[in-house]
Design a binder for this molecule. Structure first.
Ligand code: T4K
Length: 371
């Protein structure tokens, strides 16, 4: 009989020190200001700008509302080019804005959109591209921007997984017109639920701040049909504390990745990515890709074997978004149009990776995969 102690989950949330959090809560209680752009909210945004090396950020109550709000802020309509290899929130944000998603296949080297296939999907109704830095692996941003510039399109990055990712010392979050983050409990950096929108200038930041507060630009003035996306003071304080320990958490995850790579490299049919040169990774996920012919077992057989042994690896991102009933009828949702994404979704397994994984846990997981 397995106890909870024997279960190894795909991730585990980074939690602030409870005494320190209590101290912050006391301050919030004293302030009696618990949401609506309070002291901790402002401090959190400033601290995030510094940590992430970005000029302007607006924090939200989750990682889906920044996607929806970014599309609103840029007046995106018609069709948007995106990929089906992501969490369903990416495409849902388009649907919620009455925009038609157009799926383009991914580059198997990054899991992100294949820039070479974007132009063929552009129509007179296309207004933007929404790529995803899936697993925190940077997309081919320069090529994407060149296409966007050529056709006058906006670029909104779903950077939900890309907390702290840098390329040659520069934050990936500064690419495109805007980038969104998720601070959900399962992310490398979390505020329980939470998210953010990164923008380039003060005017846009102001507009986003209006939009996440119902469009209010003062007590009696509403400048746009906004939404309620505000992060409260408790979670901003929690975020401030987690920011202090996120580097140690990323380093612990890096050690897990190193251990997996050493142990799994000799295993035929188990493929994975190495770090990209010049990139600061965050090790938010450790996807492996199972070649069933070489490995002698399908991805689903390995998934079940691990599960029966208490290892809760996850098939992020299977099924493809384009395979969900909501989107299956779209002209771009066919498997013929999306061969790389289909292959990746059918072979991927994200192994447990987090800051609390002990060597004994890793040995258990690795032994089951190595056979
Ligand atoms: N764009 C992308 C590319 C995204 O990946 C996401 C979210 C979004 C946008 C939208 O951002 P948010 O609006 O969610 O902020 C999770 C998350 O709910 C979701 O945030 C995330 N992506 C997605 C990839 O994964 P589930 O359904 O897999 O989570 P769940 O509850 O099965 O948890 C997985 C494991 O994590 C559990 O087995 C154990 C561990 N866990 C989880 C929670 C919630 C804990 O140890 N403690 C916890 O409190 O969706």
């Amino acid at each position: 009989m397995k106890t909870n102690k024997d279960i190894i989950t795909v991730t585990s949330p980074l939690l602030p020190d409870l005494d320190e959090f209590n101290e912050m809560l006391r301050k919030i209680w004293d302030n009696k200001w618990i949401t609506n752009n309070g002291e901790f909210h402002q401090r959190f945004e400033a601290a995030l700008c510094e940590y992430l090396k970005v000029p302007y950020i607006s924090v939200f109550t989750n990682g889906t509302l920044p996607l929806i709000t970014a599309l609103q802020a840029l007046n995106i309509s018609g069709e948007v080019i995106t990929t089906p290899y992501s969490f369903v929130a990416t495409t849902h944000s388009l649907w919620w804005n009455g925009i038609k998603p157009v799926f383009v296949d991914i580059d198997p080297a990054t899991g992100g959109i294949d820039p070479e296939r974007i132009e063929a999907a552009i129509t007179p109704r296309t207004t933007a591209i929404m790529p995803v830095h899936v697993y925190g692996k940077p997309c081919r941003t320069r090529e994407i921007q060149d296409i966007a510039d050529k056709y006058g399109l906006r670029v909104i990055y779903d950077a939900a997984h890309a907390f702290g990712i840098e390329v040659d010392g520069k934050s990936i979050l500064t690419e495109g017109d805007m980038s969104t983050l998720s601070f959900h409990a399962t992310k490398v950096f979390n505020t329980v639920e939470g998210g953010a929108l990164v923008v380039h200038d003060a005017k846009t930041k102001q507009r986003i701040d209006y939009l996440k507060n119902f469009g209010f630009a003062g007590e009696t003035e509403v400048v746009a049909p906004g939404i309620n996306g505000k992060m409260d003071e408790l979670r901003a304080a929690y975020g401030l504390l987690n920011l202090r320990q996120v580097d140690a958490c990323i380093e612990a995850r890096r050690q897990v990745a190193i251990r997996y790579r050493e142990a799994l490299r000799p295993v035929n049919g188990i493929n994975f990515w190495d770090d990209m040169p010049g990139v600061r990774h965050n090790y938010s996920y450790f996807p492996i890709f199972v070649d069933s012919e070489e490995y002698g077992m399908t991805r689903d057989e390995l998934f079940m074997k691990l599960r029966e042994n208490g290892i809760l690896a996850r098939r992020y991102f299977y099924p493809l978004i384009s395979d969900f009933s909501t989107y299956r009828g779209l002209p771009s949702a066919t498997r013929e149009n999306l061969p790389n994404a289909t292959r990746m979704a059918d072979t991927v397994l994200c192994l447990p990776i987090h800051h609390l994984l002990a060597e004994a846990d890793l040995a258990r997981i690795i032994n089951l995969i190595v056979k």
